[in-house]
Design a protein around this ligand. Structure first.
Ligand SMILES: Cc1ncc(COP(=O)(O)O)c(C=O)c1O
Length: 435
């Protein structure tokens, strides 16, 4: 096998040949060459504990043997025919998705990514409702096509070009920085009520759909209060607006307890979009909806690679692994342990201003006492953790949220290692700040 390039050589080559919008997390990025379970190896053979799972994607662990075997098996048998021809893996996957999604969601459209799944959902919601306008949430992220980008309520991810038409934004349920300057105990869920205000003042009173992440991922693990989605759904039902839960990050057991994040709020969506954890790194996404809504989409559609046998067989193996290895349950137990550890640590470090999330979808907002976001310090904590062998992510509108979203297979021992790395980083930046 060829020797891998040194990280310096690879960095230069990447800068020369890859568009500059494809950015990387670190100032001094390792060249990652191998993955196994929750661990990654760089070109020098150094091991990292991966507490970010790519970006919230490696659900069952890197190169899981069962998944890899099933991928290779299918790859050797049949890679492609397109959906114009009958093959079984896509249909088996669609059947499985109907079984594991909540309520009466039955009909799937398999794609290659979360962006495509969201495109498909919005298009179908518009066709089925014969309405055009779409409600999204501020601080959201929904992908990188023209439409998905226009649904994204975060300027960091939106090039300054004319946006897709017909999209309006409601305030998000961001309790730490409440858009209405209220506190959770007496806010009367002003953020949920904003959805009705938006319908009344920014649409013709008849939006096609609302799309929302149960927990905003790129937005910084923003986790709405328990009653939020129930209230929102009531408003949407009143106006006949369909609800799309974007579960690209929250799906497949990540939030613990439930296969899909929205079930934590006991709300039934009209459509769910998914990707990331479904493929454990294989390029696949899906939109699932009811028979009734699906019926509206009778025009021909083709997605050359969507539903291809290899990605579909891989995704099926991933879901089976989540079930067999009880990874959803693990996400709850180990996630609660991590949440408790972070909350405990926050008592000693005031810059850990808000610790939030569910299961293994956790975030820590790094801010000064007056809530000024500490973005540079966050970047330093993340870089520091990497230098200590632990990969964590970062996000949020202000770039000041540490994101911890590892493979669902991690252990409590891994959590202890992660906590130690976070503590060292937080301690270092806290000392610098106090000088
Ligand atoms: C919530 C959410 N939706 C959609 C997407 C887009 O998915 P993809 O990058 O697979 O197109 C992402 C990606 O980060 C996401 O986090």
């Amino acid at each position: 096998m060829n020797q891998p390039l040194s990280r310096e050589e690879l960095k230069l080559k990447r800068e020369k040949y890859v568009v500059p919008s494809v950015k990387q997390l670190y100032n001094d990025p390792p060249h990652l060459v191998q993955g196994k379970g929750q661990y990654l190896l760089d070109e020098k053979g150094r091991q990292y504990l991966d507490m970010f799972a790519g970006i919230v994607t490696v659900s069952v662990g890197h190169c899981h043997p069962k998944v890899t075997e099933r991928t290779i098996e299918q790859l050797k048998k049949l890679q492609h025919t397109s959906t114009s021809f009958m093959t079984q893996p896509m249909v088996d996957l669609a059947e499985k998705l109907a079984q594991i999604t909540p309520g009466n969601l039955n009909k799937s459209y398999i794609t290659n990514s979360g962006t495509e799944a969201n495109e498909a959902a919005i298009l179908l919601a518009r066709v089925a409702s014969k309405r055009f306008e779409v409600i999204a949430l501020q601080h959201s992220y929904h992908g990188f096509s023209h439409l998905a980008n226009a649904l994204t309520g975060n300027h960091n991810w939106r090039p300054e070009v004319p946006s897709a038409a017909g999209i309006v934004f409601a305030a998000n349920a961001y309790c730490y920085r409440c858009p209405f300057k209220k506190t959770p105990d007496s806010c009367n869920l002003e953020c949920a009520q904003d959805v009705e205000r938006v319908i009344q003042t920014q649409t013709g009173g008849s939006a096609a759909c609302m799309i929302a992440e149960p927990i905003q991922g790129v937005g910084g693990t923003i986790t709405p209060p328990d009653e939020y989605f129930g209230q929102v759904k009531k408003i949407l039902d009143k106006y006949g607006v369909k609800f799309i839960a974007d579960e690209v990050q929250t799906g497949f057991g990540r939030t613990g307890k439930h296969m899909f994040g929205i079930t934590n709020w006991n709300v039934q969506p009209d459509m769910i979009t998914m990707a990331k954890g479904l493929g454990n790194g294989a390029p696949i996404g899906a939109m699932i909806t009811t028979d009734e809504i699906a019926k509206a989409g009778q025009k021909q559609s083709i997605n050359t690679f969507g539903g291809n046998p290899v990605s579909s067989a891989t995704a099926l193996a991933v879901i089976e692994t989540i079930e067999e290895e009880k990874l959803m349950e693990n996400a709850k137990v180990v996630g609660d342990y991590l949440l408790e550890g972070l909350r405990d640590m926050a008592k000693s470090y005031p810059i850990m201003a808000d610790v939030r999330g569910k299961g293994l979808m956790l975030g820590v907002e790094i801010a000064a006492e007056d809530k000024t976001p500490l973005a540079q310090e966050t970047a330093r904590i993340v870089e520091h953790a990497k230098d200590n062998g632990v990969i964590i992510g970062k996000g949020g509108l202000f770039g000041n949220v540490i994101r911890i979203k590892p493979p669902l297979s991690i252990t409590k021992e891994n959590v202890d290692t992660c906590l130690q790395a976070v503590r060292q980083g937080v301690e270092t930046v806290s000392k610098v700040l106090s000088r």
